[in-house]
Design a protein. Structure first.
Length: 94
């Protein structure tokens, strides 16, 4: 597995879902689903729920403007995992 963020935990058997801790102490951990909203991702935090999600429901395209910090953290871990897997596959086929 690739490097892991101290804020992000993988969910076993669900490669596109993560539990992401907030940077603020005492704030709950949020479930992030990267498949939602055509790959934009979905989070239960207030920023996503009240600012980003309404735009996506109205048809806005996936973009960084429609993602909270938790989604961005999960996307980075997912990308790191994908790149690590590609690198391993390439090494095996040499």
């Amino acid at each position: 597995m690739a490097r892991m963020s101290p804020y992000v935990s993988r969910i076993v058997g669900e490669p596109m879902r993560f539990m992401v801790r907030s940077r603020r102490p005492g704030v709950p951990v949020y479930l992030v689903d990267l498949q939602s909203y055509r790959g934009n991702g979905q989070c239960g935090c207030e920023h996503f729920t009240f600012r980003c999600e309404p735009r996506l429901v109205r048809g806005s395209v996936p973009s960084p403007a429609n993602r909270c910090w938790h989604i961005e953290q999960a996307r980075q871990v997912f990308l790191d995992d994908c790149l690590h897997g590609i690198r391993q596959h390439q090494q095996k086929t040499k």
